[in-house]
Write a new protein. Structure first.
Length: 511
C-alpha cells in the first residue's frame, strides 16, 4: 500500500517551497508520522553527499533531517548543477552523467527521466506513511509543461494533491495564485487543492476578505497564512543568502565571550557552491560574516574565506579581474588568515590542469599553497571523518580536482595519524572537505588560531552546538505549520488527495 503524499508548489522561485516542505515534514514527524521528502529535479550548486556516496541537493538533505532520517539519492533523483548560463552538469541518482545545454535537456532528456523519478517516488511511498514533495520554480511555466517531471507532470502521474505557496512579501500574491491556476490545463487544475500564504506581516484579519474572494474565484481554499520570520531558509538552493545566520542572530543573543569580535570576509566568487559552509562560523557569538567582491573589503577582515565553486578556473579569473587575487597573495605573505574550501583550496595552489570543468588546460593558481591540481573525469563523492587541531572533524567531498601536495603541513589525519586532507602554510589553510566547520571542537580550535594570528582577543563560546541550532531551526519551521496552518485539512490532503469537483478556471493552458 502506498503512503500519502503532497506536492508543495510555488507561484515563483523562492516563494518558500523548501521551507514549507521542511516545516510540514517536521510537523508530521512530531505527530509520529513516518515521513520523507522528495524533489524530482533540483537545480542548485548547494549539494550534499549521502552515506552511500550520492550527491543530492542540500535542501533535500536538510528536509531529511527535518524528518529525522538519513538522506538518500531517492529523495532527489535528478540534480542540475549550472556551469554557465547555458549548460549544467546532470547528476542522476547521485552520480554525474554529463553536461547538457538547457535546450538539450528540455528537448528530450528530461522527459526520458520521468520513469526514474516516478520509480523513486513510488519506492519512498511504499516505505513511508507520507512523502512531502517539493516542486521547482512555478507549475505555470507553460513553455516547459510538455517535458515537466517536477511540478504538474509528477503530480498527475503520481496522483498527488498540490498546495501552491505564494510569498506575499513580494506583493501580488492574489494575482499570482489566480494566474497560476488559470494557466494550467483542466487536467492539471484538478490536482491543485489550494493555497498557502507565506511571509505575511500584520493583522491576518485584514487579509481574510481577499482570501474569501480568492476562494470564490477559484473554488480553492487557503490552508494557512504563515507570518514573516527572519532567517528561516534551510540551505538555500542558490543566491547569496546565508541560511542559518539570520536564525542564529535572532535566537542566540549572547554577547561575544572575549573582548573582540572576529570579522570574516567571504569572496563572492562566480558559481559559488556550498556557501552554507560559512553558516557554522556565523553561528558563533562574536563572529561577523559578510560577502565581499572588492579588494578593499578584505582590509579589516580577520579571516578571508574562498568558498567552493562549480567553476574553479572561472573563479580564479574573476579574482584576478577584481584585484582580489593580488590582495589574497599579499594577505598570505603577511601571515593573515586565509581559508580555501574545495574550489577555493584549488585556487590557492600553484597549478591547475583542467580538461574537464573549464577545458582550459594548464592554468597558474595563486601559488600560496604548495599543491598542483589535476581535474579527473570521475567525481570524488565521500563522507570522510578524521582529526584536526586535536579535535574530531567530519565533512563531505564533492570535486573533480585531485590535489597533489608538494609541501606544507597536512592538518587533517585519521586515528593513526595518517594524512587525509588539508594543507597549511603559515596562516593560509586549504581543504577539500565541505562542512568541516560544523564540527564544533574543530571550529573552535580553528577560530582560536585565527584570533591569535589576527591579534584579536576573541574567545569562542564553549557551548555552541551547530547541530542543536539546526534542530532549533527545524523546530521553528514545524511550529510555523502547527500554529498557522490548518493541519487537520493538510493531513486530509496528504491522506486522501485533492478534493473532488474543483472548478476549472479559464482560460487554462494554451493549446
Amino acid at each position: 500500500m502506498s503512503g500519502g503524499g503532497l506536492l508543495v508548489a510555488g507561484t515563483t522561485s523562492d516563494a518558500g517551497k523548501s521551507v514549507v516542505t521542511a516545516g510540514i515534514c517536521r510537523w508530521l514527524v512530531r505527530q509520529g508520522v513516518k515521513v520523507a521528502p522528495f524533489k524530482a529535479q533540483n537545480m542548485s550548486l548547494n549539494s550534499f553527499v549521502t552515506r552511500e556516496g550520492a550527491e543530492i541537493g542540500r535542501a533535500q538533505a536538510m528536509q531529511a533531517q527535518a524528518c529525522r532520517i538519513e538522506p538518500t539519492a531517492l529523495m532527489n533523483p535528478v540534480l542540475l548543477k549550472p556551469g554557465s548560463d547555458r549548460t549544467s552538469q546532470v547528476v542522476l541518482m547521485g552520480k554525474p552523467v554529463g553536461e547538457m545545454s538547457a535546450r538539450g535537456y528540455h528537448g528530450g532528456r528530461q522527459e526520458a527521466l520521468l520513469g526514474t523519478v516516478l520509480d523513486c517516488l513510488a519506492e519512498l511511498r511504499g516505505t513511508y506513511d507520507a512523502v512531502i514533495c517539493e516542486g521547482a520554480g512555478s507549475p505555470a511555466e507553460i513553455n516547459l509543461r510538455r517535458t515537466d517531471i517536477v511540478n504538474m507532470g509528477i503530480a498527475r502521474n503520481a496522483q498527488l494533491p498540490v498546495l501552491v505557496v505564494g510569498d506575499i512579501d513580494r506583493g501580488g500574491v492574489f494575482a499570482s495564485f489566480f494566474g497560476t491556476v488559470a494557466l494550467l490545463s483542466p487536467e492539471d487544475q484538478a490536482f491543485v487543492a489550494g493555497f498557502l500564504v507565506n511571509k505575511f506581516r500584520g493583522d491576518v484579519s485584514l487579509l481574510e476578505p481577499g482570501l474569501d474572494m480568492l476562494h470564490g474565484l477559484t473554488g480553492r481554499r487557503t490552508y494557512g497564512v504563515l507570518p514573516f520570520r527572519h532567517g528561516l531558509g534551510i540551505d538555500e538552493e542558490d543566491g547569496l543568502r546565508i541560511s542559518l545566520r539570520g536564525t542564529v542572530r535572532e535566537s542566540n543573543t549572547a554577547p561575544p565571550v572575549g573582548e573582540d569580535v572576529l570579522r570574516v570576509a567571504v569572496c563572492a566568487i562566480p558559481l559559488m557552491s556550498n556557501f552554507t559552509d560559512v553558516d557554522a562560523l556565523a553561528a558563533e557569538p562574536g563572529v561577523v560574516v559578510r560577502f565581499v567582491d572588492r579588494p578593499e573589503e578584505l582590509s579589516d577582515a580577520d579571516l578571508v574565506v574562498i568558498p567552493g565553486t562549480r567553476g574553479t578556473v572561472k573563479a580564479l579569473e574573476w579574482l584576478r579581474e577584481r584585484g582580489l587575487a593580488d590582495a589574497l597573495v599579499r594577505r598570505a605573505a603577511e601571515q593573515r588568515p586565509v581559508l580555501g574550501i574545495c574550489g577555493g583550496f584549488q585556487i590557492l595552489g600553484e597549478h591547475i590542469d583542467d580538461e574537464v570543468e573549464s577545458r582550459q588546460g594548464s592554468v597558474e593558481g595563486l601559488g600560496v599553497l604548495p599543491l598542483r591540481v589535476r581535474f579527473a573525469r570521475e567525481k570524488t563523492l565521500t563522507r570522510p571523518v578524521g582529526e584536526a587541531l586535536g579535535e574530531p572533524v567530519e565533512g563531505y567531498e564533492i570535486h573533480h580536482g585531485v590535489a597533489q601536495l608538494t609541501g606544507g603541513d597536512r592538518f587533517i589525519s585519521d586515528d593513526n595519524g595518517h594524512s587525509l586532507d588539508g594543507c597549511r602554510v603559515g596562516q593560509t589553510w586549504g581543504t577539500h572537505w565541505h562542512g568541516s566547520l560544523e564540527s564544533d571542537g574543530f571550529r573552535r580550535a580553528f577560530l582560536r588560531e585565527v584570533a591569535a594570528a589576527a591579534g584579536r582577543r576573541f574567545v569562542p563560546a564553549p557551548d555552541t552546538s551547530f547541530a542543536a541550532l539546526r534542530e532549533e531551526q527545524l523546530d521553528r519551521l514545524g511550529d510555523l505549520i502547527e500554529q498557522h496552518a490548518d493541519t487537520d485539512a493538510l493531513w486530509r490532503l496528504i491522506e486522501s488527495g485533492a478534493p473532488q469537483g474543483l472548478p476549472f478556471i479559464p482560460p487554462g493552458a494554451p493549446a
